[in-house]
Design a protein around this ligand. Structure first.
Ligand code: 1HN
Length: 366
């Protein structure tokens, strides 16, 4: 006796059945994979936060937001093209102001942060794990993950700096831990001879094992500017100009495990070639005027503006001046991608347009 033909199952109905059982057939992922031919869509929009607007809002924040224990008077940049909080999908940037006599209480968290000083006189301090770091204009100060940090302004002037953190990444990984400093608002200071800062130079205590990650560190602008000058005659990168990376002073690795910081000089009249990479970047204009073309958007920037370049977006930078250098401070997520071998970079092809992606044949849908 002939066996009955197995009844063909309706795929749509079967998908619904699987869904009710909290399963999905791999075929439902096929669309997602096919859409990834040629790489991701840039996550978020190119966007610029002009300095005059930000500065005005910081002044207003001083009226609206009192000195308040462990909270910070930091205005954070939200990318209009993202649904979660963030300047990019991995990074968060903002500008913070601390008034004369204020101090922001100590706390620590698993989010790593950097400060790039915009207006400081060296008598205001960020204290990191008991080490006082003077805040002078354009210094970079690291507050690595899980280090105690507070900010103290005993001067008569307001101090302003740029904050950049890996908040969106840490939240996406569901790794937030936070602790206000117990009891006292200020962490105690280390003896000077205990400070890490003096252990990271060319002469180091021979009797100690060196700490090599998550270092509290201050990169002085004086030295950064001198390094830029020293490299000014170099070819530099065709895509980023004279770009210097702030490296871990002990291991020579990225600035922090999740954050890469660069200082980039575009010399008078310099215009970079177009490229794209899988990392995202946030920029702060230290000096000069220019423009960055990101995808179809032209961002015209000048001193102290902040802007963002989403990942995998084509972009190029230009210094508008024929006589003066422009300097950009950049924070990127390259270290995150490098940790997993995911960093990719693509130049614009020689014909002046994006290389066409190789599309594999797609199985015909039933
Ligand atoms: C933070 O701890 C600071 O310590 C600044 O100054 C900005 C943004 C998000 C989360 C923590 C600071 C921050 C932050």
């Amino acid at each position: 006796m002939a066996r009955p033909e197995p009844k063909a199952k309706d795929l749509k109905a079967f998908d619904e059945e699987l869904k009710a059982l909290h399963m999905t057939g791999q075929w439902a992922y096929e669309d997602l994979l096919v859409r990834a031919v040629g790489g991701p869509k840039p996550k978020g929009d190119p966007y610029i936060w002009p300095w005059e607007m930000v500065y005005q809002k910081l002044l207003e924040a001083c009226e609206a937001m009192p000195e308040s224990e462990t909270a910070r008077r930091s205005l954070l940049f939200e990318n209009p093209g993202l649904t979660n909080h963030g300047t990019t999908h991995t990074l968060l940037m903002g500008i913070q102001m601390i008034k004369p006599g204020e101090h922001a209480w100590a706390h620590r968290h698993t989010m790593a942060a950097i400060r790039f000083i915009i207006q400081g006189d060296g008598d205001v301090f960020t204290t990191v794990d008991g080490e006082m770091c003077p805040m002078e204009n354009y210094d970079l100060i690291l507050t690595p993950k899980w280090t105690w940090h507070d900010h103290r302004n005993a001067t008569g002037n307001s101090t302003i700096w740029l904050d950049a953190l890996d908040v969106p990444l840490i939240l996406a990984l569901n790794q937030p831990f936070y602790e206000p400093y117990p009891g006292n608002q200020l962490q105690p200071l280390k003896e000077e001879n205990q400070a890490f800062q003096i252990r990271a130079g060319a002469l180091r205590p021979a009797w100690e094992r060196r700490k090599s990650v998550d270092l509290p560190f201050r990169y002085r602008w004086k030295e950064t500017e001198a390094a830029l000058k020293a490299h000014a005659g170099s070819a530099g990168s065709p895509y980023d100009g004279v770009a210097l990376e702030y490296v871990n002073p002990v291991a020579g690795t990225s600035t922090l495990p999740t954050l890469g910081c660069w200082i980039q000089m575009l010399r008078a009249g310099e215009r970079t070639k177009k490229h794209r990479h899988t990392s995202s970047a946030m920029y702060f204009v230290v000096r000069g005027e220019g423009k960055s073309v990101v995808g179809d958007t032209t961002l015209e920037w000048k001193r102290h503006d902040s802007f963002v370049v989403p990942n995998w977006a084509w972009h190029e930078h230009a210094n508008n001046s024929k006589s003066d250098d422009a300097i950009l401070f950049c924070v990127n997520d390259i270290p995150i991608l490098n940790a997993f071998g995911l960093y990719r970079e693509e130049p614009e092809n020689s014909l002046g347009s994006a290389a066409a992606p190789q599309v594999p044949p797609v199985r015909a849908k039933a």
